[in-house]
Design a protein around this ligand. Sequence first.
Ligand code: HEM
Length: 153
Amino acid sequence: MNSDEVQIIKKTWEIPVATPTDSGAAILALFFNRYPSNLEKFPFRDVPPAELSTNSRFRAHAGRIIRVFDESIQVLGQDGDLEKLDEIWTKIATSHIPRKISKESYNQLKEVILEVLTAACSLSESQAQAWAKLVDHVYDIIFKAINDDGDAI
Ligand code: HEM
């Protein structure tokens, strides 16, 4: 990412991060709505859909996803940012390996993250491209650690 792209990401991120849990909940709600099989991996799999958005573990995962992005966006543009991103996202990949989250599931979440951010921040084409570049980069880090089934490589 060049410095213009970093600035775009930092500036547009101010909108969703102002209400982190709600932003994460919007992402997760669309994720489970569109790709319901992913719900099977979660402790709240048996919660009725209408009650999900108020479920505390649902909201916890929602907030955690946003926090990981927030930490990543804060380091962008600092010395050693690429190494730090490597560290943050390798940790995510490693902690998810026992849960066997397939690359397909990660990609489904990626699609939804970009879609929700585009809507929430009214991203222009070039702003959306900067975001796609960041998410592709962190996904490359995750995918270096797992195979298609989400097992360790
Ligand atoms: C952008 C990608 C993702 C990020 C940043 C992320 C982040 C996190 C974090 C920080 C945690 C808590 C710490 C831990 O136990 O590792 C967590 C837990 C979890 N994640 Fe993710 N995650 C991502 C993608 C996914 C995907 C695609 C799935 C599955 C479909 C998933 C399923 C889970 C499950 C089942 C838990 C445990 C939840 C609980 O026990 O309440 N994650 N995630």
